[in-house]
Write a protein that binds this ligand. Structure first.
Ligand code: NI
Length: 399
C-alpha cells in the first residue's frame, strides 16, 4: 500500500515548518541568474544530509541534480525528472517582513525560493517513500530561469541522460490564483518569447530639407504600423500571438532628420510553425518597407524560450493527483499565459507537465503579482504544491 492520502498529508504537515524555514532563508539570500552560488551550495548540502544519491553540482555553472531510487520491485523502472528554478530578480524588495531580502536590489519576486524549498521537501517525502515506488526520481535545481536561461545549458550538459529521463514535472507559484487551487492545462500553456531588433539606415539632414534626406523616423513609423498587420491580418484569429514594438530609438533635435533609427520588440506565440512564420514575416515586412522607402534595413531576430507545452497523459496524472490533494472543485483549467518559461526545453525533450499552485491570500494582503517589489506568497501553498508533486510522481512511476 502506497503511503499517500492521509499519510502524506501528515508527513507534509510535519516537514512544513522546515520547508518554510528553507524558503525564508532563500528569500533572505536571493541571487541573480548564474550567480546562485550560495543557493546552489545550500541545496547540495541539504540533499547530501538527506542521503540523496549521485549529487552533481556546478552543472551549467550552478545547477544541481540528485537521485532518489525507488526500492519497490516490479513494473517498468522509469526515471522522472522534477525541476525547480533557483534564481531571483533585480528588484528592490518593498516588503517589511522578518525574512526580507538582505541583498540590496535583488529579490525573490517570482517564487523561485518557494520552488527550491518545495523540491527539497518533495525530495525528503520521496526518500521516505522509497519502498513504495519503482524507478528513479531525478531532482533538478536550475539557474537563470528569468534569463538568459539555465534549462538549455543543463540539457546540453547531459542532465537528461545517465539515467535517461523519461518524463518531467515542474510547478510554479501562482499569485493570480487563491491558496488551495491548482491550475493545470493540457497542450500549450505558456508562450514562446522571441525578440527582434530592426536597424534602419537612412540619410540624415536638415529638418527643413527632407528632399535631401531618407528619413528613418518615417520609415520606422511605417514599419511599426505594418508589423501590427502580421498578427491582425495574417494570423488565424483563433491562434493567439502578439507583436509589440517596445522601443523606437531615433533622433535628438527638433530640426534634424537623423541618420538611423532602431526598433526593438517582442513576439509571443504558442505554436512552432506560427513562431517561424512570424519571424519570417517580420523580417520581410521590415525589409520590404525599407526598400520601398529607400532605406537600408537590417533585422536581427533572437529566438528565446520555446512554448511550454504540456503532455496530455502527464497532465492527467497531475490533474488526478491535484484532485486528491485539493478536491476536484479546486483543480482549475489554467488560462494561457503570454509569459514564457524555460521549463519548455525539458517539455520539448520529454513528455511532462508544468502546473500552477495558487498562493494568493486576500485576507492576509498577499495579493501582489509576480515581479512586483511587494510580491509574497501564502506559505501554506508550499504544502499544496509538495503534496500534489509527490502524488503526481508516485502516480507516474507506479502508473
Ligand atoms: Ni518564475
Amino acid at each position: 500500500m502506497v503511503a499517500t492520502g492521509t499519510g502524506l498529508r501528515n508527513d507534509v504537515d510535519e516537514i512544513l515548518p522546515g520547508v518554510i524555514a528553507d524558503r525564508r532563508f532563500l528569500h533572505e539570500h536571493p541571487e541573480l541568474g548564474f550567480q546562485e552560488v550560495e543557493t546552489s551550495r545550500f541545496v547540495a548540502e541539504r540533499l547530501a544530509a538527506m542521503g540523496v544519491e549521485d549529487i552533481r553540482t556546478g552543472i551549467a555553472k550552478t545547477g544541481v541534480t540528485g537521485l532518489v531510487r525507488g526500492q519497490r520491485e516490479g513494473g517498468a523502472a522509469k526515471t522522472l525528472l522534477i525541476r525547480a528554478d533557483m534564481d531571483a530578480l533585480p528588484i528592490q524588495e518593498e516588503n517589511d517582513v522578518e525574512y526580507r531580502s538582505k541583498h540590496d536590489g535583488v529579490m525573490h519576486a517570482c517564487g523561485h525560493d518557494a520552488h527550491t524549498a518545495m523540491l527539497l521537501g518533495v525530495t525528503r517525502l520521496l526518500l521516505d517513500r522509497r519502498d513504495d515506488f519503482t524507478g528513479t526520481v531525478k531532482v533538478l535545481f536550475q539557474p537563470a530561469e528569468e534569463g538568459p536561461g539555465g534549462a538549455k545549458p543543463m540539457i546540453e550538459a547531459g542532465v537528461l541522460e545517465d539515467p535517461k529521463v523519461d518524463a518531467a514535472l515542474g510547478m510554479h507559484m501562482a499569485q493570480a490564483a487563491p491558496l488551495g487551487q491548482i491550475g493545470v492545462r493540457t497542450g500549450p500553456a505558456m508562450a514562446a518569447s522571441d525578440r527582434f531588433e530592426i536597424l534602419i539606415q537612412g540619410k540624415g539632414g536638415h529638418g527643413a530639407r527632407p528632399q535631401a534626406t531618407v528619413d528613418p523616423i518615417m520609415v520606422g513609423s511605417q514599419i511599426v504600423v505594418a508589423l501590427q498587420t502580421v498578427v491582425s491580418r495574417e494570423t488565424d484569429p483563433t491562434v493567439p500571438a502578439v507583436v509589440t514594438v517596445g522601443a523606437f530609438l531615433a533622433g535628438q533635435a527638433f530640426n534634424v532628420i537623423p541618420d538611423t533609427a532602431t526598433l526593438r520588440g517582442t513576439v509571443r506565440s504558442f505554436d512552432n510553425d506560427e513562431r517561424q512564420r512570424l519571424a519570417e514575416r517580420i523580417e520581410a515586412v521590415a525589409k520590404g518597407i525599407g526598400g520601398a522607402m529607400r532605406a537600408e534595413v537590417e533585422v536581427q531576430y533572437h529566438f528565446g524560450y520555446p512554448p511550454t507545452v504540456n503532455d496530455a497523459g502527464m497532465t492527467d496524472i497531475v490533474r488526478r493527483a491535484a484532485a486528491g490533494v485539493v478536491g476536484t472543485e479546486n483543480v482549475i483549467e489554467e488560462d494561457l499565459h503570454m509569459g514564457a518559461e524555460d521549463m519548455s526545453y525539458f517539455l520539448e525533450a520529454v513528455p511532462g507537465s508544468f502546473f500552477f499552485v495558487g498562493s494568493k491570500n486576500d485576507e492576509k494582503g498577499l495579493v501582489w503579482g509576480h515581479h512586483h517589489p511587494r510580491f509574497d506568497i501564502d506559505e501554506a501553498a508550499l504544502s499544496t504544491g509538495m503534496a500534489t508533486m509527490v502524488e503526481s510522481a508516485l502516480g507516474y512511476l507506479n502508473g
